[in-house]
Design a protein around this ligand. Structure first.
Ligand SMILES: Cc1cc2nc3c(=O)[nH]c(=O)nc-3n(C[C@H](O)[C@H](O)[C@H](O)COP(=O)(O)O)c2cc1C
Length: 195
């Protein structure tokens, strides 16, 4: 059975429109996936600093990669499919998700540097990003930094492909945000069927 790792960063929980998009995705995902959901609000993620930073650096330097502090990195590296659901906050995504990436970016587990260059070590083929945004953003808008960042992480970690599904304009007065949300849910379900 394949593993789908669901990184749930829908901080507003049941009020979250992004959660609606991810629900549509998982309702259509093949039963051949075993879904592991990480509710990032409950993972006690901490910024890397102080003693924790020093201990982690020392473990990595000495090749002690089986330490329990690397459990999430191993889980991420071993997943066949990774789905991130996060709202658009402050031009990208909530800091909570960045803390997760800090946690799993471990040289020797999710990536490595070799004499010939950088190598992503993750087993996953697809990285999927599901999001909703208050405003409207054309592709490539510099005010939208979430998608380019995650597209770069896809390469950094070694996934084959990256897909982003977004519902825009949900907080724009007079805009049909409900229609945008329905379209994103339909797209998410269609994407799930292809994976
Ligand atoms: C803390 C915070 C920051 C936000 N920052 C932005 C922003 O920079 N640009 C934008 O268009 N919308 C912004 N929004 C609006 C959200 O992107 C929008 O409401 C989104 O649909 C929230 O997703 P959710 O319903 O899953 O929580 C922000 C909302 C919050 C609560």
């Amino acid at each position: 059975m394949k593993t789908a790792l669901y990184l749930d960063c829908c901080i507003r929980a049941r009020q979250s429109r992004t959660r609606e998009v991810s629900d549509a995705f998982f309702s259509a995902l093949s039963g051949e996936y075993h879904v592991i959901r990480l509710d990032l609000t409950r993972e006690n993620l901490q910024p890397l600093m102080g003693k924790r930073f020093e201990q982690r650096e020392s473990l990595i330097k000495n090749g002690n990669l089986s330490d329990s502090c690397f459990a999430r990195a191993h889980q991420f590296a071993g997943a066949d499919l990774v789905i991130i659901a996060a709202p658009f906050w402050d031009l990208s995504f909530p800091a909570l998700l960045k803390l997760y990436f800090e946690d799993i970016s471990v040289e020797g587990i999710t990536f490595r540097e070799t004499a010939t260059g950088h190598q992503g070590l993750c087993r996953g083929t697809h990285l999927v990003f599901l999001t909703t945004r208050g405003g409207l953003y054309a592709p490539g808008d510099p005010m939208e930094q979430g998608t380019p960042y995650l597209a770069a992480l896809q390469k950094f970690y070694g996934f084959d492909s990256f897909s982003c599904i977004a519902a825009d304009g949900l907080d724009v007065q007079g805009y049909d945000g409900t229609g945008a949300l329905h379209r994103a849910c339909a797209q998410a379900a269609e994407l799930a069927k292809t994976l």
